[in-house]
Design a protein around this ligand. Structure first.
Ligand code: PDD
Length: 280
């Protein structure tokens, strides 16, 4: 049984309570972050907390705690759950009040946190790579804000998995936006790495930013431009990044094999570079 955090208290998961009037529940009026933990160390947590601040500010929301307090809580929670490898999920909602589209301006925001123990490094998919299905991106226009409004992504992933794929890549106007819960990349036959530029059309991943930097430091060319599904199918390699994937090889797009269905060389190099950084 896990210990979770709810508004100032650490409690067993089956005793955790939140109001049924919480706006996170009624309106998805909440933002969140997922930080990976590796060997007991939080990975790129500064980036996640900086993005949390941005998400809150874009939605005119407040955090109930400071970033310093949040870091202390993350470590306390990890310790209470003996988390060595996995994730810490945290969510801030605008607060609870009687249901009203015109939200109150002085609500007390709520904060919940829990851990998920998972193998990130030795996960089998990292060795085989994943198969993705492209689906229409039906989300709203502020995908740069990390809100809990995730139904479109959840439906996309479920549809992909039901049809024998591992994940979905979302497509708008013929170009890939991003994965269901990750950023999408391709590598061309002249070793140029393409990923969509940060804008309101995608979530600017913390892993994405680190991977782009690591690539450049290792003399790999990153081009932040959109790419089409056709370009993706013609690519030499493909991969996806997120706090839970790190760098995940993509070996099939809509049943079209990439790199003969094997994780690519540069993708593997980038995965190893990211793991070394995460462990350092
Ligand atoms: N998802 N794009 C979307 C739509 C995402 O939901 C995520 C992360 C990313 C990658 O961001 P980062 O590198 O900061 O994890 C991109 C998390 C992992 C989730 O919802 O579980």
């Amino acid at each position: 049984m896990r210990t979770v955090y709810v508004n100032g208290e650490f409690v067993p998961e089956n005793e955790a309570k939140i109001s049924i009037f919480d706006r996170g529940l009624l309106f998805s009026d909440a933002v969140y972050e997922v930080t990976a933990m590796l060997d007991g160390k939080l990975v790129d947590n500064d980036g996640h907390l900086a993005r949390l601040e941005r998400s809150l500010s874009e939605l005119d929301m407040k955090s109930p705690v400071t970033n310093e307090q949040l870091i202390t809580l993350q470590h306390q929670l990890a310790e209470k759950n003996n988390l060595v490898e996995g994730f810490i999920y945290l969510q801030v909602s605008r607060g609870a009040e009687d249901r009203d589209f015109n939200y109150g301006e002085d609500l007390q925001p709520s904060l919940i946190m829990f851990t998920q123990a998972r193998s990130i490094i030795d996960t089998p998919k990292a060795k085989t790579g994943i198969k993705v299905k492209t689906v229409e991106d039906i989300r709203w226009q502020r995908r740069d804000i990390k809100t809990t409004m995730l139904l479109a992504q959840s439906l996309a992933k479920k549809q992909a998995i039901r049809q024998g794929f591992d994940d979905a890549w979302m497509v708008e106007d013929g170009v890939v936006t991003e994965g269901s819960s990750n950023n999408a990349y391709i590598i061309t036959h002249n070793d140029e790495i393409y990923t969509r530029p940060a804008s309101n059309k995608i979530l600017n991943g913390i892993t994405r930013r680190a991977v782009n930097k690591l690539a450049e430091q290792n003399n790999l060319k990153v081009i932040e431009e959109t790419f089409s599904v056709e370009q993706a199918k013609q690519a030499k390699e493909a991969f996806a990044t997120s706090a839970s994937y790190f760098v995940m090889p993509v070996v099939e797009i809509d049943k079209h094999r990439i790199n003969n269905g094997k994780p690519g060389e540069l993708t593997t190099q980038l995965r190893n570079l990211y793991i070394s950084m995460a462990k350092s």
